[in-house]
Design a binder for this molecule. Structure first.
Ligand SMILES: *Cc1c(COP(=O)(O)O)cnc(C)c1O
Length: 426
């Protein structure tokens, strides 16, 4: 995607000083969702009469209906006020937080995790960076889902870890094309990323399909990276199964955070967990790379880490039930409204996460070149922001987030519908 800069002759400053930008960063970071959404948002007419409806990013923390439970906030306040947590945290994370996360995740596993299996990171995004850095041996490649979550691409590119994409198949409920996975992999393939529940598809993988994924990975000699940030956000017919259930078949690094389940992305608290009862990650020394990485990287604040046991303990089922019911309702609004729009089709009803992927039927539209053009014009004319599929390697698709205040969602989708009607071929 072009970044809008044109070549200019070097200025005086460029000639005079020896420093300049790191082009590797531009190459890696140029396609983050936040960057693309920012570009689309800037074409919204801010002086216009209509407020912006943001259906591009998944951060519902700003909406009143998605306010987190106050008991989690109280846990942070108490942790801070105790004056016990003003010190540096250990590089791998505070023991009490590691223990609480190990116990929490063990509830749904056929074996017991130990605090030593858990590493605390600054949100799941840093866990993704950790994975990319730890696995990037010269010549190695990694299998990533298409569509997926571009932070993986960003960190792999930056660390020279070759990317190979496998497809999620819309006609099969966004299941993984496992034949393609086998064709793509070779002796330099080190891992495969599985995002379940799915951002951006809003789907949940079945137990049977996950078992096949684990068996395929084992056969190929690669580990699984299980991104489970939406483990608390399922509201459809398919129950969430943690990948770690298959840890006896294949070694797994499970990634998670408080950000999505507890709706506190700003608290920057995430984790990487070895769901690997055979201790293969220890034997192959991958764990050494993980601890080496953590020794040279930034940590989440100690008082946030110290509040984790109380946050998990006090936000029990009632809280998740409320959020899950809300997500179910907004997903329903979204799905029903999309059915009324002829140039947009939704292959399957979302049953998890905060997003749905929909296909744009360009042949039904006049004067719209592609998904990015669609999003730019939609932003300009209707002050509605969506994420173009191109940002997720899915040209002429769109990602819509339904995790917004229900009234805003209805407003945004109504405007999307009138935009489409206005641009329909006559
Ligand atoms: C939001 C998200 C992350 C990042 O989580 P943070 O804890 O906010 O860093 C990682 N993976 C997926 C699939 C996400 O949607």
């Amino acid at each position: 995607m072009e970044n809008g800069t044109t070549k200019k002759p070097p200025t005086e400053a460029v000639n005079r000083w020896h420093f300049g930008p790191n082009d590797l960063l531009a190459a890696a970071g140029g396609r983050t969702i936040r960057g693309i959404i920012h570009r689309i948002t800037s074409s919204v007419d801010e002086r216009g009469p209509r407020p912006l409806v943001p259906l591009g990013l998944g951060d519902p923390s700003v909406f009143p209906s998605f306010r987190i439970s106050t008991s989690a906030e109280d846990a942070i306040v108490e942790s801070l006020r105790s004056a016990q947590h003003n010190h540096y945290p250990p590089t791998v994370g505070l023991l009490s937080a590691r223990r609480a996360i190990a116990e929490h995740l063990s509830e749904n596993l056929p074996y017991e995790l130990s605090p030593d299996d858990v590493f605390i990171t600054a949100g799941c995004n840093q866990a993704i960076e950790l994975v990319a850095v730890s696995l990037a041996r010269p010549g190695a490649n990694i299998l990533l889902p298409r569509p997926g979550y571009p932070m993986y691409e960003t960190h792999c590119v930056y660390n020279n870890l070759e990317i190979r994409h496998f497809d999620l198949v819309p006609e099969r409920g966004w299941q993984i094309d496992l034949d393609q996975v086998e064709q793509l992999s070779d002796e330099n393939t080190v891992a495969m990323v599985v995002i379940n529940p799915s951002n951006p598809c809003g789907s949940v993988l079945s137990f049977e399909h996950m078992q096949k994924i684990a068996e395929t990975a084992s056969k190929l000699g690669i580990m699984l990276i299980a991104d489970e940030v939406y483990s608390h956000s399922t509201f459809g017919g398919t129950p969430f199964v943690p990948m770690g259930v298959f840890g006896l078949i294949v070694p797994i690094l499970t990634l998670g955070s408080l950000s999505k389940g507890w709706i506190v992305p700003g608290w920057r608290l995430g984790w990487v967990v070895m769901t690997d009862p055979k201790a293969i990650l220890k034997e192959t020394k991958v764990i050494d790379s993980i601890t080496n990485f953590l020794e040279i990287s930034a940590d989440p604040a100690t008082f946030i880490q110290a509040a984790v046991p109380q946050i998990i303990e006090r936000t029990k089922n009632g809280y998740f039930e409320r959020i899950v019911n809300l997500l179910r309702a907004t997903a329903e609004i979204c799905y029903d409204k999309i059915k009324e729009i002829s140039c947009i089709t939704c292959p399957s009803k979302p049953e998890a996460s905060m997003f749905v992927m929909v296909k744009l039927e360009l042949s039904l539209l006049d004067g719209i070149h592609d998904d990015v053009d669609f999003c730019l014009k939609l932003a300009k004319e209707e002050s509605v922001v969506l994420c173009p599929g191109s940002a997720l390697e899915m040209k002429n698709w769109l990602r819509i987030t339904f995790a917004v205040e229900p009234s805003s969602l209805e407003l945004g989708l109504e405007r999307l519908k009138s935009f489409c009607q206005r641009h329909e071929k006559k």
